[in-house]
Design a protein around this ligand. Structure first.
Ligand SMILES: Nc1nc2c(ncn2[C@@H]2O[C@H](COP(=O)(O)OP(=O)(O)OP(=O)(O)O)[C@@H](O)[C@H]2O)c(=O)[nH]1
Ligand SMILES: [Mg+2]
Ligand SMILES: [Zn+2]
Length: 360
């Protein structure tokens, strides 16, 4: 199997330049919280507890302290009105975030006496699965932070997988510095060989791990376990693909509500509405997230796009015109490779559809 290449050095360099000059102890006031004025401040974290956001429940966040000898209390948290973050132009808080909390704040007790704390700081995300926020201005919406693996969950049928969506996830994984893998669920509704054959470009040329499972029939669950053991994995994919059913199958109990447990669901309705992470019994963590309908790519330009299609990169130098978009230009090596079979037609179609969707 070909080893998947990491993001091209050109893109890496550009991104490095963007974040240059930031020091890890510096935080910005989140513009959505306080004002549009960005201040950079040094923060003293003594007296604060470092924890991880393990669940997002609307405007409250569930935080588990981290570190050796850490407090074992699970805190229900609210963001401070002057919360500071190291992540600019992004969701303020997401599941997996590293946060610092104050437990001495005077706040109203909850009805069931849950310990309450205030989130004061959000640490820099080491990796993330993110998309362009749908309808909330020009922002990055973070689906899961500080993860090692993205498990793209799709299904053979009900709903049938769409490769264009998978291709978008692969780009987001590369941008967010996460190792992607593909989980094709509901294999009981199709034929494993046919499906694997359909994904030969992914398993071969792109070197992406692909597992075909049936969460309800518990088929091939061992392959999935191998892929996620001792890692922090975020599950993401369309609604109804079976993400929550997979979580329940891995744990052998109903931790998450699935479509089967809900009555009168409308077609396309999301069952899981908030993200939550769980500690796996065989090592590692797994995050269940709400299903997505659209995945708009954040933070790349039209010019950079082809660099994210790994199998295109070998041809790019041979295009006659510098800045070739591989669409209408003559003597385009990418289009030649398409004709000779070096590039898969569906991948090229994904490239074109993404190119149209990018603004600049
Ligand atoms: N045939 C078949 N059905 C499955 C399988 N896995 C899940 N399902 C069914 O697919 C439906 C959707 O499952 P969920 O686990 O709720 O899907 P989800 O991806 O979590 O959906 P959202 O929370 O809306 O994003 C349920 O009716 C499951 O029983 C499978 O392996 N085979
Ligand atoms: Mg779900
Ligand atoms: Zn070209």
């Amino acid at each position: 199997m070909a080893k998947r290449k990491t993001r091209s050095s050109k893109v890496k360099r550009a991104l490095k330049d963007k974040t240059k000059g930031r020091q890890s102890s510096q935080y910005d006031i989140h513009p959505k919280v306080l004002s549009s004025k960005i201040e950079r401040r040094e923060i003293d974290t003594s007296g604060l507890i470092n924890g991880r956001v393990i669940a997002v429940e609307g405007r409250t966040y569930i935080v588990e302290p981290v570190g050796s000898g850490a407090d074992t209390t699970i805190y229900k948290c609210f963001p401070s009105r002057s919360i500071m973050t190291q992540n600019v132009d992004a969701s303020l808080l997401a599941v997996g975030d590293s946060v610092w909390i104050r437990t001495d704040a005077i706040v109203e007790e909850t009805d069931n006496n849950e310990p309450i704390a205030i989130i004061v700081l959000v640490g820099e995300r080491k990796s993330k699965l993110a998309r362009r926020s749908a309808g909330r201005g020009d922002m990055e919406q973070v689906i899961g932070a500080n993860v090692d693996r993205l498990l793209i969950v799709v299904s053979v049928d009900e709903p049938r997988y769409k490769k264009a969506l998978i291709d978008r996830y692969l780009i987001a994984a590369e941008i967010g510095e996460i190792e992607p893998a593909l989980c094709i669920n509901k294999i009981d509704l199709g034929h494993e060989e046919q499906v694997l054959n359909d994904f030969s470009t992914y398993t071969g040329t792109l070197g992406i791990p692909v597992v075909c499972i049936s969460a309800t029939q518990k088929r091939n669950m061992h392959s999935l376990r191998e892929l996620i053991a001792d890692k922090t994995t975020v599950l993401s994919g369309p609604s109804g693909a079976g993400k929550s059913t997979i979580i329940n199958a891995l744990f052998g109990k109903d931790l998450q509500v699935t479509a089967d447990k809900k009555k009168n669901i409308r077609k396309g309705q999301h069952i899981t509405t908030f993200a939550r992470m769980f500690r796996l019994p065989f090592g590692g963590y797994i995050m269940d997230t709400p299903g997505i309908r659209e995945f708009a790519i954040w933070d790349i330009t039209k010019e950079e796009l082809a660099l994210y299609f790994d199998e295109f990169t070998a041809y790019l130098e041979n295009c006659k015109y510098p800045g070739c978009t591989h669409t209408h230009e003559p003597e385009c090596a990418v289009k030649d490779a398409l004709v000779s079979g070096g590039i898969d037609r569906e991948r090229y179609k994904s490239y074109i559809s993404l190119l149209d969707s990018l603004r600049i």
